[in-house]
Structures are given as structure tokens and as C-alpha cells.
Design a protein around this ligand. Structure first.
Ligand SMILES: Nc1ncnc2c1ncn2[C@@H]1O[C@H](COP(=O)(O)OP(=O)(O)OP(=O)(O)O)[C@@H](O)[C@H]1O
Length: 729
């Protein structure tokens, strides 16, 4: 089917023709034949890089042409940024795209003037909870990576959000995009959508197993020259020599860094002069965007044309690595599976260095087939590679037969809803009632009956689980019942709007009620005791150090469990360990030191501080109702967590280009306030922060300087708009 034959705006067709898209891929043609452009609901369960995004774009363009609005829902913040960048090209068609990333208690009303809004499922849920006006104007809902309904921490929110959207906009077209899963028809039936199921790919995929010194494919064996003692390094070198790029997936961050370092020397020898120079520039950018040993390691690897990628990297480093790979500068990335979750980074060869993952309960376990297919699906760049190769490394013949049966000859597993637990349901029962989707027992059951969980578990009786949740929420004062009517109290509405687990709210309320004297540690450990906080793992060698700290600071804690209750006490110690990391962050300990002390990455520090900031914001709001004198303490801490600095620096860190380190330098030189900065001698200031930054600071403060470049005021609010809690949940 030719793209010109489609009933799309001619400008859109020209845009696609200019991008070299002339003929629809078979699954795309199938989708059009099934009514994609006539507003039919559709589920496309097709392989990676087989054109799912184009399907979504065509549906959105069609809806907008009819005067509607499109909502594009993704699981990851990084994917939201990628799609937002992709859709910006529609501005030439007069179509405006926005990304909704604000905090969870905002309605982002300003977004309503856009034609396409990109948001994560959590953010979409929070927009619904806050009754965002423009949500009812949505006429096309695109759900990317819908197979993540299977995810324990993202799945319940995604399915409840879709159930709410189906209620709010019953006429809206739903286009769901999925990797190939075992029960695609079941998902399509739940979505009342037609199904496009296909294994077609634009680039052939050859799946093989590396054993001995060859890749064993069905049709052939490909012997790999032994240039290095490690098999995987030889596979990487072989790819690079063939002018390809490769993605290596490994089970742990440490392994990824270690493998990239192992590859670097030999890969570096294959680089020509020009590539070396270009990579030097990329390495410089890495060094400018980080301050830890890992930054230096990453820069070293990138100079050799290889890199590593995992959630411990800061977002700048992840972006630099991804862009360098897309620009064919970096030839190999060794990554933990996060990369496979949606980011569009195809490569000639995908190498799965270990197909087992550590499970705390069961030890090393084979990865799910769906994960294997997600990773393997990254092999083969359309229009660039003649084919793609997915290679699993095995060490024994038993593993070879296991991989052959488990992955290569297998189809992906069925996906299963994870909504049927009190932990998952509690927050969604409250939000369903608080946002008016149900106001009595019967209506709640009807709403729950519209979820994917209910669709899958036809005989499931929600009654008991619902009763437990309602009892908890009423006992906590978040719901009240008047005969048949169940409604959210003011507290319940606030908790729903704040987007925190009601159990987190309960712990915070109990904690604030019990205490009058608080230190930073008191409040930090309190938020770390909530289920919304992601705790650091307590290693054996931490036990004694953290235990000593607790014994010497018991007055800082609202409640210290008995060490005789071992599991409870150890959990408490991991709360304290996480609180200590946050305390070091707000007391301006360098990132390098925190990384070293806690064996975490920069990305983890930002993740923890973002979640803590959000929980401290929630604590502030709760304190305003039950313990106003603590409200100020919480407000101070919220800002300190945001900037990672002491209270005395708050005036300075809000100035653009003045981070925690520069603020401390300026403070030590006597510039303790904006006022003092505004009257500073430019040369003296330049001696502390350099001439460029000095000019920017003085311009921002309204001083005429040589540059005269005025800088937009950066308040906490708009700085928070750039950061959000959802990055890291
Ligand atoms: N019909 C087509 N003809 C030529 N190129 C196409 C066609 N459809 C999509 N492409 C190109 O193929 C590449 C992959 O397309 P797209 O991103 O839509 O795939 P995808 O299935 O969404 O990938 P992912 O699984 O990574 O999200 C893009 O560069 C896109 O421009």
C-alpha cells in the first residue's frame, strides 16, 4: 500500500515521503485495512522496529485533522522525551506537541492548547486524579509498550488509567502498541480493539548461540576469529571490523562497566584518526557532565569507541552515550536490560552475555522470553544493516540446548495483570473515588470490572480485597461512608492528588502525630519508611555502621524497632541508610564521596533525591493539616533536597548556573545573598566562578555587564518542572 494512497493530510504524506517512507510495511497495511484511519481501536503486537510508531502517528494525525487531540502514553520518562522529539517535526504541519512532566499535584492546564500530549502512565493517572480539564477533549489515545501491563510496579497504574480513559472518553480511538506477547488477543478483547499480529520485520533477524568458537545459527556456523581471550570481546571486534555496531546486554551494572573497560583497548585500535578526534570531543562532554570516578571511566571507554549504560548513570551521560551510538561514533554499548525497554537504539549485532538474572528469592534465573525478544529485536538497523544478529553466549552444551528450546524456538509468554493485590489496589480505589469515577460499593465493583485484571480473571471476586482496602482507607480517615455513598474526605482527596500510596500517607500521619521535636534525620527516615521510597540495599558490612549510628542517635527517630525483631530491624536499618545518603546530599557531601560511601551511581542519587523531594512535599502538605509547626521544617527540607545544599545557600542556588558547589564557594567569599551578589565587583566575581558565569549571574540579577545577556529567572517551581518524581518510579 503506497503512502500517497492514504487519506492523510498531503503535508503529512510529503513529510513521510521526504523521510523515505513510500510503501507501508505489511503490518502497517494490515492496520490500515482494519480501520486504523477510520477511528477503529487497534492493538499492534509486532516486532521492534517494524513501524509501530508510524501507526500511532497516522492515527494521531487523522484525529487532529478532525479537530481532536491525541494523548501518547509511554512507560518511561526517557521514552517520553524521545517521542516528544520525534513529534516536534509535525510543527511544520501546524501541529503542536507538548510533554507533560510536571509534578503530580499539577493539572498542567497550559498543555490543553497542544494537539499531541506525551506523558507517562503515572503522569496521565495524576492528570486524571486532578481532573485536568483538557483530558475530556482527547479523541485518540496511543498506548506504547502496552505489554508492560505485566509489570508489577507499572502495570496496575497503566490498566487503571486506561480503564478511566475508556470511561471518560468512550468515543476516543485507542491504538495500543506492544511487543509480540503470547496473549495479544486477550489484550485486544479487553481494549475492544482489532488485532494486528505479525512477526514481520524490515530487517531479517538471525538468532544464534555462541558456543566454543562459533555462532551456531540454524542454517550455518559462523566462526569468530580469536583476537582476545574473552569470547564476547571477539564477537564485538568481529562486528566492528564488519562496519557494524553492537549492543551487549549483561546482568549487572558492574559487569557492564567491567566489560566495556575490557573491550576498550582492543576496540580503540580499530579507530581511524577522524573517529578518535570526534570521540575525544564526546569524552570531553562526558567529563563536563559528571564528577565521579565512573565519569572518568566512561570518558576513557568512549575515547576507545565503546560505552556502558545503566540506571546509575546520570541522565546527561545516558543521553550522550545514546546519541554517540546513534551517530555511529560509539560502536558498542554494554547495558543492563533498561536499554531494551523501548529506546530506539538498533544495532547490527545484539549479544546477550548472560541470559540469567539474579533473583533475591531464587538465585540466578533465566530471563523471560519477552525480555529476550525485546533485546534480540534491537538487532538490525532498518535500511542500514543487511540483517540483524542476536547472539546468546553459552558456556556448556546443556545451556546451548536450554537456550535453543527456551528462547529461539519459543514464543513470548502471556502477560498477566498485577492489579489483584491490596498494595496495588489501595491507591487506585482511593483515586477512583476521589476523582469521581465511583461513589458507592456497586460503582467501585463496576469500575474494577472494567480493568484488564477483571477481564483476565473472569471468576475473580473483588469483594474481599475491596473490603480490606475500604476498611483501611476509612480507618485512616481518607474515605467516609454515608449509607450507600462512599466519598473521599478532604484528606483522602489530598492524598490522591499528591499521588502517594495511602499507606505512605498513613505512616507519615502517624509519625507526625507522635513527634514535636524533629531533626533532618527524623523527617528523612520518616519518608524512607514509606512504601513509595526506594531503599538502598543493606549489605553485611553496613549493619554495624548503621546500627552504631542508630544507637547514638535514637532521639532522632520517631520509633526504633527492637533488634530482636530481626527482619523489621534490618528493614529499619536500610531506611536509615537511605536517609543517611539523603542527609549527606543535603549537607553538600560531593557526589564522588556519596558514590564511594554508598556504592551507588550518580543516577541513583538523583533518583533517591527526586523521590524524597516528592515525599517531603507530600509530608509538608500533610503537616499543614495535622502539625503546622512542622510544615516550615518540611518546606526547608524539600528545598534542600531539591538543591542538595544547606539552608543558608537557598538564596544563591535559585540563581541560574549557580549549583550547590558554586553557591558554597560564593558563600565562603562573603557573597551570602542575592543582594551582595548584585553589587559584587565583576572581576572579583569572575575570579571565583569564571568570567562567563559571573556575567550570567550579574545579568540575571539585573546588572549591566559586558554580555548584557538577560537570563530567565529560575524559581524552584520551574526548576521542578524539569525534574519529576516519575523519572525514577
Ligand atoms: N513503511 C515504512 N517504510 C520505511 N521506513 C519506515 C516505515 N515505517 C517506519 N519506518 C522507519 O523504521 C524505523 C522504525 O520505525 P518505528 O520507530 O515506527 O518502529 P517501532 O516498531 O516503533 O520501533 P520500536 O519498537 O523501537 O518502538 C523508523 O526510522 C521509521 O522511520
Amino acid at each position: 500500500m503506497k503512502i500517497e494512497e492514504l487519506n492523510l493530510p498531503s503535508e503529512a504524506i510529503n513529510l513521510y515521503l521526504q523521510a523515505g517512507i513510500e510503501e507501508l510495511y505489511p503490518p502497517q497495511a494490515d492496520a490500515v485495512e482494519k480501520g486504523l484511519l477510520q477511528g477503529e481501536n487497534l492493538l499492534a503486537a509486532i516486532p521492534t522496529a517494524s513501524g509501530k510508531t508510524l501507526l500511532a502517528e497516522m492515527a494521531m494525525l487523522k484525529a487532529i485533522k478532525k479537530g481532536g487531540k491525541a494523548l501518547y502514553i509511554v512507560p518511561l520518562r526517557a521514552l517520553a522525551s524521545e517521542k516528544f522529539r520525534d513529534f516536534k517535526r509535525f510543527e511544520s504541519l501546524g501541529i503542536k506537541t507538548a510533554i507533560s512532566t510536571g509534578d503530580f499535584d499539577s493539572r498542567d492546564e497550559w498543555l490543553g492548547s497542544n494537539d499531541i500530549i506525551v506523558a507517562t502512565s503515572e503522569k496521565t493517572d495524576s492528570l486524571l486524579r486532578n481532573s485536568t480539564p483538557w483530558m475530556k477533549d482527547i479523541t485518540a489515545v496511543i498506548v506504547d509498550e502496552v505489554h508492560l501491563l505485566d509489570s508489577a510496579n507499572r502495570g496496575p497504574t497503566l490498566e487503571v488509567t486506561l480503564a478511566k480513559l475508556k470511561r471518560l472518553n468512550p468515543e476516543a480511538q485507542v491504538v495500543a502498541l506492544s511487543a509480540t506477547v503470547g496473549n495479544a488477543m486477550e489484550i485486544a478483547q479487553w481494549l475492544e480493539a482489532k488485532l494486528v499480529l505479525s512477526e514481520w520485520r524490515p530487517t531479517d533477524l538471525h538468532e544464534g548461540i555462541f558456543f566454543g568458537d562459533a555462532i551456531n545459527f540454524y542454517e550455518e556456523q559462523k566462526f569468530i576469529e580469536r583476537r582476545h581471550k574473552e569470547d564476547t570481546v571477539n564477537l564485538v571486534l568481529d562486528t566492528i571490523i564488519e562496519e557494524g555496531q553492537c549492543l551487549v546486554f549483561d546482568s549487572s551494572r558492574r559487569n557492564c562497566v567491567g566489560f566495556a573497560k575490557k573491550c576498550a583497548p582492543v576496540a580503540g585500535e580499530l579507530l581511524d584518526r577522524q573517529k578518535r578526534n570526534e570521540l575525544e570531543e564526546v569524552a570531553k562532554e562526558v567529563l563536563e557532565n559528571g564528577e565521579t570516578k565512573l565519569t572518568e571511566t566512561l570518558a576513557y571507554c568512549i575515547k576507545k569507541g565503546v560505552a556502558f549504560h545503566h540506571a546509575g548513570l546520570n541522565s546527561a551521560h545516558r543521553r550522550i552515550v545514546e546519541d554517540a551510538f546513534r551517530n555511529n561514533l560509539v560502536k558498542m554499548i554494554c547495558s543492563t536490560p533498561t536499554l531494551a525497554a523501548g529506546l530506539n537504539l538498533p544495532a547490527r549485532r545484539v549479544i546477550i552475555r548472560s541470559y540469567k538474572r539474579y533473583d533475591p528469592n531464587a538465585g540466578m534465573q533465566p530471563i523471560p522470553v519477552l525480555d529476550y525478544k525485546q533485546m534480540a529485536g534491537r538487532a538490525g538497523r532498518p535500511h542500514l544493516d543487511p540483517y540483524g544478529e542476536a547472539v546468546v553466549i553459552v558456556k556448556t552444551y546443556e545451556e546451548l540446548t536450554d537456550v535453543l528450546e527456551r528462547y529461539i524456538n519459543a514464543s513470548a509468554e502471556d502477560i498477566w495483570s498485577k492489579l489483584g493485590t491490596e498494595n496495588a489496589l489501595r491507591t487506585h480505589i482511593l483515586s477512583t473515588i476521589a476523582s469521581g469515577f465511583a461513589n458507592c460499593h456497586k460503582e467501585i465493583l463496576t469500575f474494577l470490572g472494567s480493568t484488564f485484571f477483571a477481564h483476565q480473571q473472569e471468576s475473580w471476586n473483588f469483594e474481599e480485597l475491596l473490603e480490606d482496602c475500604l476498611t483501611f482507607l476509612k480507618n485512616e480517615g481518607m474515605l467516609e461512608q454515608d449509607n450507600e455513598i462512599i466519598r473521599a474526605t478532604e484528606l483522602g482527596k489530598m492524598i490522591s492528588s499528591l499521588y502517594i500510596d495511602p499507606l505512605s500517607a498513613s505512616k507519615i500521619i502517624r509519625g507526625l502525630e507522635k513527634t514535636t521535636h524533629v531533626t533532618d534525620m527524623t523527617l528523612l527516615q520518616l519518608i524512607c519508611s514509606t512504601p513509595d521510597m526506594r531503599l538502598l540495599y543493606l549489605r553485611n558490612r553496613d549493619y554495624e555502621i548503621i546500627n552504631d549510628y542508630v544507637m547514638n542517635h535514637t532521639e532522632d527517630f520517631i520509633e526504633v524497632p527492637s533488634p530482636f525483631k530481626q527482619i523489621e530491624y534490618e528493614w529499619f536499618l536500610s531506611e536509615v541508610k537511605t536517609a543517611l545518603l539523603l542527609q549527606e546530599w543535603i549537607n553538600e557531601k560531593s557526589l564522588e564521596k556519596i558514590v564511594e560511601n554508598y556504592q551507588v551511581g550518580e543516577g541513583d542519587i538523583y533518583a533517591s533525591s527526586d523521590i524524597a523531594e516528592w515525599l517531603m512535599h507530600a509530608t509538608l502538605r500533610i503537616a499543614s493539616r495535622i502539625n503546622p509547626q512542622l510544615e516550615k521544617e518540611c518546606a526547608k527540607l524539600e528545598k534542600r533536597i531539591h538543591y542538595g545544599a544547606g539552608s543558608e545557600l537557598m538564596e544563591l542556588v535559585e540563581i541560574p548556573n549557580v549549583g550547590r558547589a558554586r553557591a558554597r564557594k560564593l558563600f565562603k567569599k562573603g557573597y551570602s545573598s542575592r543582594q551582595k551578589l548584585a553589587t559584587a565587583n565583576e572581576k572579583q566575581l569572575a575570579g571565583i566562578v569564571g568570567p562567563k558565569i559571573a556575567q550570567k549571574i550579574l545579568s540575571y540579577l539585573g546588572r549591566e555587564t559586558d554580555s548584557n545577556g538577560y537570563v530567565e529567572p529560575e524559581t524552584l517551581e520551574n526548576k521542578k518542572q524539569q525534574k519529576t518524581f516519575q523519572d525514577f518510579i
